[in-house]
Design a protein around this ligand. Sequence first.
Ligand code: PRP
Ligand code: MG
Length: 214
Amino acid sequence: MDNLTIAIAKGRIEKDIYRRLEALNMEKWIDRDSRKLIFTDEENHITYIHVKPSDVVTYVEKGVADLGIVGKDTILENENESEVYELYDLGFGKCKFSVAGMKGKKDKYLTSENLKVATKYPVIAKNFFKSRGQKIDIIKLNGSVELGPIVGLSDVIVDLVETGNTIKANGLEVYEDLFDISARIIANRVSYKFNYDKIQKIIDLFDSTVKASD
Ligand code: PRP
Ligand code: MG
């Protein structure tokens, strides 16, 4: 029997993914202390590969992985987003996208033209401001974007807000929320067609853990 391959995004949502696999007694196949990147569940015929979040969509789109578990933020930022099926909202890894800037400076944000926006998510930021016809300049950063407005690199940031602690600790405030995000299961289009039953079984398994944790 051919294994189904699932690409798991390393990082923010990883812990929650393992918690769900643990509830299903499927985590035993994965040695999280090892530096290995590929594991096989011989009982359920699943191969897990551990990849950077932004690469999950690539592995699934190319058909190397049948399924991927990754945040909606990463899916929306990926240029191949429309090439994969988004099948299921796992309901964890919940946070939101927000525009934020220095506390008390929101007025300037609302009126300024050619806003400088620092972000790790240029596609999402561009689409948001484009949708309401506001001209902006994007400054692409790879992390710690909250520094942007503090050091004068940007007027605002577009970033994930979960607890709000990072924003608060750096003297920023949320000016506006864009949308909510969470972890999703995505599928390769061809694989979805040919492995429909197997894929549906995996979704049902995850679904049972969501219901159990309600
Ligand atoms: C993420 C995100 C925010 C923060 C949100 O950063 O970019 O900065 O977490 O979480 P909070 O609202 O609970 O504070 P991360 O820690 O991943 O670091 P990075 O931005 O430097 O990559
Ligand atoms: Mg951050």
